[in-house]
Every structure is written in structure tokens, then in C-alpha cells.
Design a protein around this ligand. Structure first.
Ligand code: PLP
Length: 387
């Protein structure tokens, strides 16, 4: 079967046709260096300025507050390490247990270099304990980093409230919004966030382009020494096609967000209802009231998520699981463990993440194939008691 049913959009997305079209001339015709003195390069600099405006319009901020980077990981690293470098007297970072490794591994590495890291817990639905956030911060805290939306469960944190609590204490606030941007409305004019990370490939732009939003007045020095690009903070010739593509992807996200979310949410809900109705012993993980419209994380008791994925793969269905199977340890996801999801359920978790390119027929195909896959694996499972 050649058909691919792609429901792994939290991992990466296909580049939108309009985006591919917008970036193409910058590979072949408009290839000038934006720093060059000649008109040919100067035109490209003007086009980058337009793309910066398109990104700023989606986020509700000023174009000068947008710094182009290479990916979400670079933005997260820069936000955290750059802030620590700007506040050398402060040695503590507050974050959560459910962050992406781009934040958590960075913090753990910093811990090995003498910083102290405090991780806030979540409850069984993956919700943040805001009281705990209050008492984890102290005078030694340089930065608080809390993700906007969780990549595994889709749980959306109340970032407005979190930002306000942190800013009342005068501490720098960073949010990893890699999964939120393009999926839910964001308005930085109303929310006191200092630093925000996003990645183009999660919103139908190509891989290799990201953004770090830096609110005007936030202390963050040069993080890549070299030329004067990105206001002197990140030297290096710009990824022009990527920047143009991201601008276009942001324009499309802004234009279609409401309409698409209604449709994508309905598809996700349809998939969820069909799975719950047809597969016994399964449950939805995450805060179902406050969840990204495209994400569904389901646990199937007594079977391995990886085994489900392999069998779905035979039908051309692409989804993902949270276990670190590549390490050979089959460790369940740190997010589900932090939520206290039982071992037998955490191992059997699958994430379906949809996009505007999915159809009702695809949802119905997945919902039709899945029950037999689950039943077959349970017949083989040593954990299932036979009557
Ligand atoms: N943060 C979150 C929440 C993510 O989901 C991801 C990627 O999946 C990243 C950061 C890292 O982004 P990138 O792969 O662009 O470095």
C-alpha cells in the first residue's frame, strides 16, 4: 500500500504548497546575500523584513522582537543559557517535569555545571500546580521556563496566568511554544512573556528555521558571535528560503486558524470517540478540557505502543508513541510518568496528531483498522489474563 495516512504532525508537518511556492525563488532567482551592498542582495533584506512582520503579526508582537534561529531546540537553549549569562549572580532555573528534552536536557546539563533546577509537578491530567510554581521561585531564580502546550498529550498550560505569577516576582519568563504556535491563538501584547520559542516545521514551514521572540528590554546578549545579522545577537548569513517560508506559514496560520481548528478538532474528536467505543481498556491521556485541537494521546492497557505503531505502519498509518524504544529500555514517556499514568497504560500509549491535510475518510480508516490491531496484540500479550 502506497498511501500514507499522516497523523504525526506534532513530530513534523508537510510544507504547505503555498509555502513551498513562496520560498522557491529564494533558492534559484533571489539568492543574494541580504547583507550585500548591491540592490540584488538589498531586495532580499527587504523580503526578510516582510517575513519578520508576518511572524510578528501571528504572535501579536513587534517585528524587532523576532530573532530567527535554526529550530525550536536552539531557541530553547538560547533563552535559558542566554538569560543565565545575563544574570550571573542568579543560579536557579524553575521549570516543569513535562518539558520537551530541548528544555529538560538543557536544564539537567546546567545542573551538572552548578546551577540548581526546580521542576514543578503535574497532576494525573497533566495540569500544572500553580501554588507550587509560587513557592519554587526565590531571589536566586534567573528564569522560569514553562511550555505552552505539551507535545505528547497536547495539554495546554494557562500561560497567561503563569506569566503573570512569574512577572509579579520580577523574574524572566520563557515559554516553549513550539507546539502551540499556529494551533491556538497567541497574543504577546496581552501576555507578559519575555522569551518564546517556536519551530517552523511544526506549522507547515520547512525544517531548519525557528524563532526566539525576545520582548523589548529583555536582557539577552549575543549568542552567536560573527556578523551583524539579527541585530548582532546571532551572527551568520540568514536562512533566507526558510525565513520567507516561515513568514508565509505564519500568514496562512493566522488566516485559517479558526476555520481549520474547528475542522481539525472535529476530526480529532471523531477519532477519539470511535477508538473509545471500539477498543476496551483504553483511556485518553492529558487535560481533555484544555488540549490542542489536533492531539489525541490514548493508552491501550497491557500492550506496547511500539507494537501498535508497527502494525499501523503496515497500513501506511503514521503515529507515534512516547516510549524511548530506541534506547532498548522501553522506558515509558517522562510526561506520562510525571502524570502518574500506571505502568501498564503508559507503555501502551499512542499519539495521533492531525493537521489540516487530514480527512474524515482517513480518520475512519484508522478507526476501522485499530481495534483488530489492539485485539491481536492483546491475544499475544503475557499481561492479559485469559478466561
Ligand atoms: N519543544 C517542543 C514542545 C517540541 O515538541 C519540540 C519538537 O518536537 C521541540 C521543542 C524541539 O524543536 P526542534 O525539533 O525544531 O528543535
Amino acid at each position: 500500500m502506497n498511501r500514507v495516512i499522516y497523523m504525526d504532525n506534532n513530530a513534523t508537518t508537510r510544507v504547505a504548497d503555498e509555502v513551498a511556492e513562496a520560498m522557491r525563488p529564494y533558492l534559484t532567482e533571489r539568492y543574494g546575500n541580504p547583507s550585500s551592498m548591491h540592490t540584488f542582495g538589498g531586495q532580499v533584506a527587504g523580503d526578510i523584513a516582510c517575513a519578520r512582520e508576518q511572524v510578528a503579526a501571528l504572535l501579536g508582537c513587534h517585528p524587532e522582537e523576532i530573532l530567527f534561529t535554526s529550530c525550536g531546540t536552539e531557541s530553547d537553549n538560547t533563552a535559558i543559557k542566554g538569560t543565565l549569562a545575563s544574570y550571573p549572580d542568579k543560579r536557579k532555573i524553575v521549570t516543569t517535569r513535562v518539558e520537551h528534552p530541548a528544555v529538560l536536557s538543557t536544564c539537567r546539563d546546567l545542573e551538572r555545571h552548578g546551577y540548581s533546577v526546580s521542576e514543578i509537578a503535574v497532576d494525573r491530567e497533566g495540569r500544572l500546580d500553580l501554588d507550587e510554581l509560587g513557592f519554587r521561585m526565590d531571589d536566586n531564580t534567573a528564569i522560569v521556563s514553562v511550555m505552552w502546550a505539551n507535545n505528547e498529550t497536547g495539554t495546554v498550560f494557562p500561560i497567561d496566568e503563569v506569566a503573570r505569577i512569574v512577572k509579579e516576582r520580577g523574574i524572566v519568563f520563557h515559554t516553549d511554544a513550539v507546539q502551540a504556535v499556529g494551533k491556538i491563538p497567541i497574543n504577546l501584547a496581552d501576555t507578559p512573556i519575555d522569551l518564546l520559542s517556536l519551530a517552523g516545521h511544526k506549522l507547515h514551514a520547512p525544517k531548519g528555521i525557528g524563532v526566539l521572540y525576545v520582548r523589548k528590554g529583555t536582557r539577552l546578549g549575543t549568542f552567536m558571535h560573527g556578523g551583524h545579522q539579527e541585530g548582532g545577537r546571532r551572527g551568520g548569513t540568514e536562512n533566507v528560503p526558510g525565513i520567507i517560508a516561515l513568514g508565509k506559514a505564519c500568514e496562512l496560520a493566522r488566516r485559517y486558524m479558526d476555520e481549520e481548528n474547528t475542522r481539525v478538532r472535529a476530526l480529532r474528536d471523531r477519532l477519539e470517540q470511535k477508538i473509545l467505543a471500539s477498543c476496551p481498556d483504553c483511556m485518553v491521556n492529558g487535560d481533555v478540557e484544555n488540549r490542542l485541537p489536533n492531539t489525541l494521546n490514548v493508552s491501550f492497557e497491557y500492550i506496547e505502543g511500539e507494537a501498535i505503531l508497527l502494525m499501523l505502519d503496515k497500513f501506511g498509518i503514521c503515529a507515534s508513541s512516547g516510549s524511548a524504544c530506541t534506547s532498548g529500555s522501553l522506558e515509558p514517556s517522562h510526561v506520562l510518568r510525571a502524570m502518574g499514568v500506571p505502568f501498564t497504560a503508559a507503555h501502551g500509549s499512542i499519539r495521533f496528531s492531525l493537521s489540516r491535510y487530514n480527512t474524515e475518510q482517513e480518520v475512519d480508516f484508522v478507526a476501522e483498522k485499530l481495534p483488530a490491531v489492539v485485539q491481536r496484540l492483546r491475544e499475544l500479550s503475557p499481561f492479559v489474563k485469559t478466561a
